[in-house]
Design a protein around this ligand. Structure first.
Ligand code: G16
Length: 546
């Protein structure tokens, strides 16, 4: 403990990064997220904590400054564990405690963490820091650096990167380069090389698939990354980029806007049948969409992505005669039609967990190959080490039918297109492009695999969203009393009806999800449930109406 300069830490906590917010703040779905102007002390303290986490795990830890899909004036901080996963939940509690204590208590809290976790303070802490393109992100990243440095941490500042790039680098560093070269160039190189290898063997002649997409970068950091991929994939995939930093971040554009509003983003031309992609502010979510000849809008969300990937991997596993257990993980937001399609048609085991990629990622590791996606487009595929070894040995096997070996080879290359460390909008998009290319599908053929039930998401503002408590992977509401009974009664009236409510972990709202047999009915269902939330959970502002 003596190796730290606690005097300096206390000085910084009191004078340079003082607490300027009295409310209770919580490590949420993806770290702390709030208005950027009250976040400085939180980020400084997370810098301190990251160094301790690094010493505890004896590995490099990541810290990302971003509020992802939230509006420009918000910001946030999330910690990345050594294997690229989100921070372990027991440490979320520690992070919450440290973020809320008074300035004078910061050092004692650190001492307590060191003692309780028996941290080896002699281990040299190592932290990788990145930030998104928000105006507030630079200053906040400096606060995080001040914190990590005060705890003697060695810092690698990546400056502006996508969240998935940061996760990638953490894993590459901790695997000593086995997962990939620990540099941003290494990230582009690994993914684009694998993309080239698969794509060059798939002809696009006589195919519904055309190698061209329109890309909405949400005016965020995804624009920088896609620009680099565009260069590297020149001649193999044409990418037209829109909302590339000339407008407000996530405003009327981006994956969250498209999914929640069920509308195309601003500034992207509507060319009937053209495959369009929207990512979010830190490029970890992806949504596909198109408009048809009648200008009707069609969305292909995380559920459609998950089923496309799982279906294709199942085909490759059959062709390569590999017996690996493939599974899919969703949340309560998954469209009922997708879950039915996965279990009845694809016959792939499906699990449902709470919102937050941290939960999905964890569950997906139960399978040899785990595909996980939230309906909002956040997800990836994870492979057990033993599964990769089996795939690789079959890919090298010459004593088997050529088609079997070829399928294993394809799987082997696809693994390198995927950023397994967390949902990565661009690597996901490139995987989808390769699958569509292989299947000779345009976006309409893909959409036809199953028909989504009409669905709607609504945000309700309440006095205190922590009054809403859920269970059963957020599908049932246990508090406030009586709300679930009301929801059940409402849902009963709608054919194929389903609805649930949960407090958001990234915004100060309660989310309502509804789905049923028709788009007209789903409006009513969502409105009725919203009203019940408003009335029973202390709604503020305008009352929801039918
Ligand atoms: C984050 C999480 C996602 C989650 C989303 C919304 O996404 O990483 O897993 O689905 O927030 O969470 P909530 O409904 O609790 O607000 P992002 O892209 O904003 O980091």
């Amino acid at each position: 403990v003596n190796s730290y300069d606690f005097k300096l830490v206390e000085e910084l906590a009191k004078s340079k990064h003082p607490k300027c917010y009295d409310g209770f703040i919580q490590y949420g779905t993806a770290g702390f997220r709030m208005k950027a102007n009250i976040l400085d002390h939180v980020v400084f303290r997370m810098g301190l904590l990251t160094a301790l986490r690094s010493q505890f795990k004896k590995a490099t830890i990541g810290l990302m400054i971003t509020a992802s899909h939230n509006p420009e004036e918000d910001n946030g901080v999330k910690l990345v564990d050594p294997s690229g996963e989100m921070l372990e939940s027991s440490w979320e509690k520690i992070a919450t405690q440290l973020a809320n204590v008074e300035d004078v208590e910061v050092c004692d809290t650190l001492r307590q963490i060191i003692k309780e976790k028996n941290i080896d303070t002699n281990f040299s802490a190592s932290v990788i820091i990145g930030r998104d393109t928000r105006n507030s992100s630079y200053a906040l990243s400096q606060a995080a650096i001040n914190g990590a440095k005060a705890m003697n941490g060695t810092i690698q500042n990546l400056e502006i990167v996508t969240t998935p790039q940061l996760h990638f680098l953490v894993v590459c560093t901790n695997t000593n380069g086995v997962y990939g070269n620990p540099s941003i160039d290494g990230y582009y190189e690994k993914i684009s090389t694998a993309f080239h290898t698969v794509a060059k063997n798939i002809e696009c002649n006589n195919s519904l698939y055309t190698p061209k997409i329109q890309f909405d970068a949400a005016n965020g950091v995804g624009g920088i990354a896609i620009q680099e991929f565009k260069k590297r994939l020149n001649g193999i995939l044409e990418i037209d980029i829109y909302n590339n930093g000339n407008g407000q971040l996530n405003y009327m554009c981006g994956a969250d806007f498209v999914k929640v509003q069920q509308k195309p983003p601003n500034n992207v031309p509507l060319n009937p049948g053209m495959r369009c992609v929207s990512v979010d502010g830190d490029a970890d979510r992806v949504i596909y969409y198109y408009t048809d000849e009648k200008n009707d809008f069609h969305i292909l969300d995380g559920d459609k992505i998950a089923t496309l990937i799982a279906g294709y991997f199942k085909e490759l596993l059959l062709e390569s005669n590999l017996t690996l257990q493939l599974g899919l993980v969703q949340t309560a937001y998954a469209n009922g039609a997708s879950t039915e399609y996965i279990s009845e048609i694809l016959k792939v085991p499906v699990a449902c967990v709470s919102t937050g990629v941290k939960h999905l990622h964890h569950k997906a590791l139960d399978f040899d190959i785990g595909v996980y996606f939230e309906a909002n487009g956040h997800g990836t595929v994870v492979f057990q080490k033993t599964a990769i070894e089996k795939i690789q040995s079959t890919a090298k096997e010459t004593n088997i039918p050529r088609s079997q070996q070829k399928a294993a080879q394809k799987l082997n290359y696809l693994i390198n297109v995927i950023n397994q460390t967390v949902g990565d909008a661009i690597s996901d998009m490139l995987l989808i492009e390769l699958i569509l290319r292989s299947k000779k599908w345009d976006i309409i053929a893909w959409e036809k695999s199953y028909i989504d039930l009409p669905n709607k998401q609504v945000k309700i503002t309440v006095k205190d969203r922590s009054n809403i408590v859920t269970t059963d992977a957020e599908r049932k509401c246990v508090k406030p009393e009586g709300l679930q009974d009301q929801i059940d009664k409402i849902v009963e009236k709608y054919k194929k009806g389903r609805s649930f409510v949960r407090p958001s972990g990234t915004e100060d709202v309660v989310r309502v999800y509804a789905e049923c047999d028709s788009s007209c009915n789903v409006e009513n269902l969502a409105a009725e449930v919203s009203l019940a939330v408003y009335e029973l959970a202390g709604g503020v502002g305008d009352k929801p109406t039918k």
